[in-house]
Ligand binder design. Structure first.
Ligand code: ARG
Length: 253
């Protein structure tokens, strides 16, 4: 009898493990190196967000993470509609987004930067965007904080006209073709694009600072567990080691 009970318990445990051991689906816009982008060799989406998410999923007992690539402005809807389990896409915590989703603890800070053509740009510093009578053509990714800031601070006061792209890669092509004067985007991503393409350069700004976190449906129990596990990996240095791998300290701004 004892043996039978023990066997049943082992079976039950194995069944629970099998039920838990699955992947969590992460929604992101995979146009955002070094956070999420297509690896040229493997054709898979990789990056520091993907590695951090994978580590958190494994700590929670899942097999790992499954990436679902989409437009950035679809990520929150994908999360709230249950198409994906969570969103992680270099996503900045904003008060407005908090009305639709819960954010985990933040895992990275960023500043908005200005990506320009190295030669012949009409911009020599980010401040030129705000100069009296300025009229630049500014590219952003649709629905990003770069879009929000540029809309409020440049387009609304009549200092710029804006082009909004679904994917950053389209904006970068437009910049290279001289269709826009600059792209406003997150600093490390601007550096990554400039590192890949010697025609591009980055103008630093010290305004528009923000924090990245993962997002879950409002009130999500999984979100709270994920946040705790992420905090554990921040505390034990795992997150810093992954960030360092993609953004070596000497390169970081
Ligand atoms: N941090 C900015 C935001 O949250 C831009 C994020 C864009 N992410 C991406 N994977 N394209 O709005």
């Amino acid at each position: 009898m004892k043996k039978l009970l023990a066997m049943i318990m082992v079976l039950a445990l194995a069944m629970t493990a099998a039920a838990v051991a699955e992947t969590l689906k992460m929604g992101c816009s995979a146009d955002f190196p070094p956070y999420e982008y297509y690896d040229d060799e493997t054709g898979d989406v990789t990056g520091l967000d993907v590695e951090i998410a994978d580590a958190v999923c494994k700590l929670l007992g899942y097999d790992g993470v499954e990436v679902v690539d989409m437009a950035f402005d679809s990520v929150i809807t994908a999360v709230t509609s249950g198409k994906v389990d969570f969103g992680m896409s270099g996503m900045t915590v904003t008060e407005d987004r908090k009305l639709s989703v819960d954010f985990t603890v933040p895992y990275q800070t960023a500043v908005q930067a200005v990506l320009i053509l190295k030669e012949g740009s009409s911009l020599t510093s980010a401040d030129d965007l705000f100069a009296e009578g300025a009229s630049h053509k500014v590219g952003v990714q649709n629905g990003t904080t770069g879009d929000l800031y540029a809309t409020d601070d440049l387009e609304t006061p009549g200092l710029a006209t804006m082009e909004r792209y679904t994917k950053y890669s389209d904006g970068v092509v437009a910049l290279m073709n001289g269709k826009i004067d600059c792209m406003i985007l997150d600093d490390q991503v601007a550096y990554a694009f400039a590192a890949e393409n010697e025609q591009l350069a980055v103008l630093d700004t010290d305004y528009w600072t923000e924090e990245y976190a993962c997002c879950f449906p409002l009130g999500s129990e999984l979100g709270a567990q994920f946040s705790d596990a992420l905090q554990t990996l921040i505390d034990d240095g795992t997150v810093a080691a992954i960030i360092e791998k993609y953004i070596p300290a000497e390169e970081a701004a």
